[in-house]
Design a protein around this ligand. Structure first.
Ligand code: SF4
Ligand code: SF4
Ligand code: SF4
Length: 333
């Protein structure tokens, strides 16, 4: 058997769901550990930043970074991971596209600090203090906190990334795909996929969803999930519920639509499109015949249709705002 490879795991601005997803290797974790030693993983092992910083550059075979880049600590450790790892993988929707934390780009750092530390009804803060990045106590000891960035970024906004594993979080089957790619590379010398590959399908989620679609859809209004009972065998879009399947990459096994929830797009767009939200808007326009009937539909009818979509930005860019053309929505001037 070939020598073992080494693996590092590091999280940035993350809900830790991706750590759980890694544990979701289940018994296959032993297969992983038979070919790889985990040399740095603060969530799993008692390690310190200095441990990885002391390692020679490129001494770790594969690094998995999950979570977005939200503050200076996230950025520093993303750069350390890039320096120390031969292959760096953006693992999960947050590292891939900014993910849910990226929705903070609809507001500003100032507004977030004001809200969290001053105006939330659970906060008692009569002096209106907000965290300082540097503070000196009366004895002259300086304390520092990571710098909270104005923007949330994806991993490849700050370092070069070799591969992407999408989803929030990646599924067990997706982990198995990575494991098999790594295993074949270690044991048989099988070449790795081209740099930049998103390790998932090239199809859309609708291609792997088992719900039946009508050839021609027609709904008079969009509904929300709690507003009615849905036929478990029929496409959600046919039933007036927005489902991001047409604009989303397949590979998760359509796990949400299989259990009665519409797709929210966490796998990101397919390679054919860069702008997931715009792609979904155009899918809606075509399936509901807004485009074909545009000349006949009064402007108010189109506006009425769109006004029924609650929180369009959160709906269409829930996981991908930082990587979209919009990038962010408001900025302090
Ligand atoms: S991709 Fe999802 S599960 Fe993973 S860190 Fe981000 S929010 Fe959490
Ligand atoms: S739109 Fe959603 S429910 Fe309909 S086929 Fe596509 S993934 Fe399935
Ligand atoms: S069905 Fe959609 S939201 Fe659910 S895991 Fe798959 S891509 Fe993500």
């Amino acid at each position: 058997m070939a020598d073992k490879i080494t693996i590092a795991l590091k999280r940035g601005a993350s809900c830790v769901g991706c750590d759980i997803a890694i544990v979701n290797f289940n018994e296959e974790l032993f297969t992983l550990l038979s070919i790889a030693d985990v040399v740095f993983a603060p969530t799993l092992l008692d390690v310190k930043y200095e441990d990885i910083k002391k390692m020679p550059d490129k001494s770790i075979t594969i690094g998995f970074y999950h979570g977005a880049v939200r503050n200076s600590d996230n950025e520093e450790m993303a750069r350390v991971m890039r320096d120390k790892c031969q292959i760096l993988i953006a693992y999960g929707a947050c590292a891939h596209m900014g993910g849910i934390p990226g929705l903070a780009n609809v507001t500003t750092k100032k507004a977030i600090l004001e809200k969290v530390y001053k105006t939330t009804f659970t906060t008692i803060n009569p002096d209106g203090n907000v965290p300082l990045e540097k503070f000196k106590d009366k004895d002259g000891h300086e304390l520092t906190l990571p710098f909270f960035f104005e923007d949330v970024m994806a991993l490849d906004d700050v370092v070069d990334v070799d591969y992407y594993v999408p989803a929030c979080p990646p599924t067990h089957d997706m982990n198995m795909t990575i494991l098999n790619v790594v295993k074949d590379f270690v044991e048989k010398g099988t070449p790795l996929p081209p740099k930049g590959t998103v390790i998932a399908s090239e199809k859309t989620l609708c291609d792997e969803c088992e719900r039946q679609r009508e050839p021609q859809m027609s709904v008079d209004r969009f509904v929300r999930i709690h507003e009615k009972e849905f036929d478990p065998d029929k496409c959600f879009m046919d039933q007036g519920l927005i489902c991001l399947g047409p604009a989303t990459r397949a590979g998760c096994g359509a796990v949400c639509t299989g259990v009665g929830m519409p797709c929210r797009g966490c796998m990101g767009p397919t390679a054919a499109v860069t702008e997931q939200g715009a792609s979904m808007l155009s899918a809606i326009a075509s399936v509901y015949n807004v485009v074909e009937n545009e000349n006949e539909l009064p402007e108010q009818a189109i506006e009425k249709l769109m006004s029924q979509i609650m929180d369009p930005l959160g709906c269409f860019y829930r996981f991908s705002l930082p990587k979209s053309q919009l990038g962010r929505v408001v900025k302090d001037v």
